[in-house]
Design a binder for this molecule. Structure first.
Ligand code: 2U9
Length: 378
């Protein structure tokens, strides 16, 4: 083969065969030729021919393969170019060179034309895919709000803070001392039994009232003191429409010199007037709590019927606020406050119960189910 003499005609023949093969392969891409504006026929509103981004990317890849096959280093075209050098006549060699070059330019032009169109189509469609219509209305994030219990707790806190009370917080898991002993709850009192209180295996208990917080407060800051303690408390009740084993309480404690039951009555009366309106009346009934002596229950006139009697107050005209009393001397002694020098009053109310009444909920458990359809009504 190396010794074989090659002539112009041989090169011309092989070159033309190669160009025919190329044209055959290129045929299906011919529609992408047509100059720098040809891409407009495929994209945008004026496009009469359609192509997807994925299709255009595939065609471009195929076109590169076609170039390699017909014009690459291992192609028939490379063989044709090598043949030129083996033509003995200088003149014929020059003519063959010109012929081959002209064919090569022709094929490369076709490829470049189609490639340019495809690249422009791809650029256009990529931009199109990523285009954001800034005039579209946004997705409005759903705005949350505070839980109804929190809303009521904050209203109550505001009233007491304006009367000079500090808001205190404390642990939900307690020792017997804070949960019972310091509160003058006797050793065998049923509240201490595991039937009423949740115990941990380590002998601690979930606080059954927030009085624990006030015991902490009295040990930390000596009297005179005014604190309220809102928070979760836990009692082993079977849940029903009016009970939940976890509920929210708010207790208040005031310890100063010369405090009387008159101060207690005045404080609670003022509190319900601020919460439910100036016309709200109060009444006090004798009661018993281990941590207060004397003790009393406080009622307020129904905010719905004004005392005439309605479904909300079960016809009585009164609604129960909670318990209260003068702090038992034993409780003061438990935290080393001299009951001869200081006296105090305390009260407690259930926030969930009050919340249920104010929003006329027929089941207190709704407050803890976390159902947005319920919660978003407040
Ligand atoms: C200390 C001493 C005494 C807080 C008090 C009540 C009466 C009371 C209930 C109301 C409804 C609990 O949520 S409820 O079930 N509470 O009746 N609580 S006196 O007495 C205290 C507090 C702290 C140091």
């Amino acid at each position: 083969m190396a010794s074989e003499v090659i002539q112009y005609e041989d090169v011309k023949f092989h070159a033309e065969m190669s160009v025919i093969a190329f044209d055959q392969g290129f045929g299906r891409y011919d529609r992408f030729r047509g100059g720098p504006d040809r891409y407009r026929d495929f994209v945008g509103s004026g496009g009469s021919e359609s192509i997807t981004l994925k299709e255009a990317e595939t065609v471009l890849r195929e076109l590169e393969d076609l170039r390699t096959k017909h014009l690459g280093k291992k192609s028939g075209w490379a063989v044709v170019k090598k043949m030129i050098g083996r033509i003995p006549s200088e003149e014929e060699r020059a003519s063959a060179g010109q012929l081959v070059l002209a064919h090569e330019i022709g094929m490369k032009d076709k490829l470049a034309d189609a490639e340019r169109t495809l690249k422009l189509i791809i650029d256009y469609l990529r931009v199109e895919r990523e285009r954001v219509d800034v005039t579209l209305p946004g997705r409005r994030p759903r705005r949350g709000h505070l839980h109804p219990i929190t809303l009521l707790r904050q209203r109550i806190e505001d009233i007491f803070v304006s009367m000079g009370y500090a808001v205190e917080d404390g642990p939900e898991v307690e020792t017997d001392f804070y949960n019972f002993t310091a509160l003058n709850i006797p050793e065998l009192h049923p509240a201490r039994s595991p039937q009423d209180t949740f115990y941990t295996t380590g002998g601690l208990s979930l606080r059954s009232q927030t009085s624990t917080v006030q015991i902490h407060a009295m040990r930390r800051r000596r009297p005179p003191l005014r604190v309220i303690a809102p928070g979760r408390v836990f009692r082993r009740d079977t849940p029903d429409a009016t009970h939940n084993p976890m509920f929210f309480q708010l207790e208040g404690l005031l310890v100063e010199r010369g405090v009387t039951m008159g101060h207690l009555k005045g404080t609670l009366s003022e509190f319900v007037r601020r919460l439910f309106g100036a016309g709200t009346r109060t009444r006090f009934r004798p009661s018993y709590f281990p941590f207060t002596e004397p003790s009393m229950e406080a009622d307020y006139s129904c905010f719905k019927c004004g005392g005439a009697g309605c479904r909300l107050c079960k016809g009585s005209g009164w609604i129960e606020l909670g318990g209260s009393g003068m702090v038992h001397p034993n409780v003061l002694r438990a935290v080393k406050i001299d009951p001869e020098e200081f006296s105090g009053f305390a009260f407690g109310l259930g926030i969930d119960r009050m919340c249920g009444l104010m929003y006329e909920l027929d089941d207190i458990r709704l407050l803890f189910e976390n159902d947005v359809r319920f919660l978003e009504q407040f």
